[in-house]
Design a protein around this ligand. Structure first.
Ligand SMILES: NC(=O)C1=CN([C@@H]2O[C@H](COP(=O)(O)OP(=O)(O)OC[C@H]3O[C@@H](n4cnc5c(N)ncnc54)[C@H](OP(=O)(O)O)[C@@H]3O)[C@@H](O)[C@H]2O)C=CC1
Ligand SMILES: CC(=O)N[C@@H](CCC(=O)OP(=O)(O)O)C(=O)O
Length: 350
């Protein structure tokens, strides 16, 4: 495709919005004509994000008077609950733009599950029928055909890339999954929160939402779907004093007669042609430092000393593969654009 598509980015003054502009502004098929914000509406982007100074972008505006039918794509980096209201309005007003949503509003297919985990009734549960779960490597057909693409949460992106092939191949006991996860503070968004202040998050590693994190529902939905079982996952996230990056450690029980070599073989064969998933060679440790600023997810599989068990570790950048990068990857798939377009950055080091 050579033409530019008319794009809006809602929530452009947030962290995912910032990275979507950083990556999208050099994408040959994206023209950002509308950028929205809430408290920052009316400001030039440069005033909110000095690192985007000198880049040709429209001023931040409220989402009030947008002609949705002039747009080809709407990227959405809004808080959950806010996102569903505006997406419902867009879908009712026109059948034109595709919507690539980074919030949690269209990830859970069952409205009762949505209410149970997020606390509010979904304003338009019918929209689930036109939404695809946007884990790119595992759902391209739906991403191509559906109107709304619900990008997965950052933790589920890493966890599902690592575990879905193993669950599909019946190599692991999906009823005994233990996931330990760690994220940099940008995962919590740009709004002021006490626990992400440098004085409180710095020099401290803290678990949160223990036994109750919302991403548990996505993991149970997606791993349950490929294994045909209703499962319960043990998932514990931690906040780490760094800006971006995320790492998950999955403690696994092998199915009888299966080995770590079987796990490695399945991960390698699943991902050998994937541009953004790297299964590392034996013994190499995944780390957030290996993927910083890139759309890559790195994985490796390790023996556990305990017979019949294995450990799988995956790392990604929460603002790229965990949100804005995956959103762009999904946009490419949805519009039939070469999937790596705009996403070929090498990770930053150090
Ligand atoms: N951060 C991450 O690593 C990830 C985030 N996500 C999800 O992506 C979405 C965006 O996250 P993130 O960028 O971190 O969030 P931020 O808090 O950094 O940004 C939120 C954006 O939404 C705008 N906004 C907030 N409230 C309203 C409202 N009531 N009406 C209109 N606009 C509003 C803000 O505007 P203003 O600044 O002007 O107030 C800002 O532009 C969230 O749903 C988040 O859960 C998903 C994966 C990873
Ligand atoms: C460190 C931190 O707070 N991370 C966020 C996850 C970011 C994300 O993926 O958020 P959504 O599912 O809300 O889109 C959290 O745990 O809620």
């Amino acid at each position: 495709m050579s033409q530019k598509l008319n794009a809006a980015l809602l929530g452009a003054s947030g962290y995912t919005g910032a990275d979507l502009m950083r990556l999208g502004v050099r994408h040959p098929n994206i023209d950002f004509t509308v950028l929205t914000a809430n408290t920052h509406a009316g400001k030039p982007v440069e005033e909110v994000f000095p690192h985007l100074g000198g880049v040709d972008l429209p001023q931040l505006q409220r989402a009030d008077d947008i002609n949705w039918s002039e747009l080809d794509v709407v990227f959405c980096g809004l808080p959950h609950a806010t996102s569903q209201q505006i997406v419902s309005e867009i879908v009712k007003s026109t059948d034109r733009p595709k919507i690539v949503d980074m919030s949690a509003d269209f990830r859970l297919r069952d409205p009762a599950q949505y209410k149970a985990w997020y606390g509010n009734d979904h304003v338009d549960p019918q929209l689930q029928d036109i939404a695809a779960y946007g884990l790119t490597e595992h759902n391209r057909d739906a991403i191509r055909s559906k109107r709304i693409i619900a990008c997965p949460g950052c933790y589920p992106t890493a966890t599902l890339i690592a575990l879905l092939p193993l669950a599909k191949a019946s190599l692991i006991n999906v009823e005994a999954l233990i996931i330990d996860a760690k994220s940099g503070v940008t995962g919590a968004g740009r709004g002021l929160k006490q626990n992400t202040l440098a004085a409180e998050a710095g020099e401290s590693l803290s678990p949160y939402a223990v036994g109750a994190h919302r991403h548990t529902a996505e993991l149970e939905q997606e791993i349950g779907a490929v294994s045909g079982k209703e499962i319960k996952v043990n998932f514990t996230p931690h906040l780490i004093p760094m800006s971006r990056g995320e790492l998950i450690t999955a403690h696994l029980e092998l199915e009888s007669g299966k080995s770590v070599n079987d796990l490695r073989a399945v991960l390698e064969s699943n991902y050998q042609d994937e541009p953004f998933v790297r299964v590392l060679s034996e013994g190499k440790m995944p780390s957030t430092g290996m993927v910083r600023g890139s759309n890559t997810c790195v994985i490796n599989v390790f023996e556990d000393r305990i017979p019949g068990r294995a450990i799988v570790i995956a790392a990604l950048d929460n603002l790229v593969k965990g949100s804005a990068g995956q959103a762009l990857q999904n946009f490419n798939v949805a519009f039939g654009i070469e999937e790596t377009t705009g996403l070929s950055q090498i990770p930053m080091f150090p």
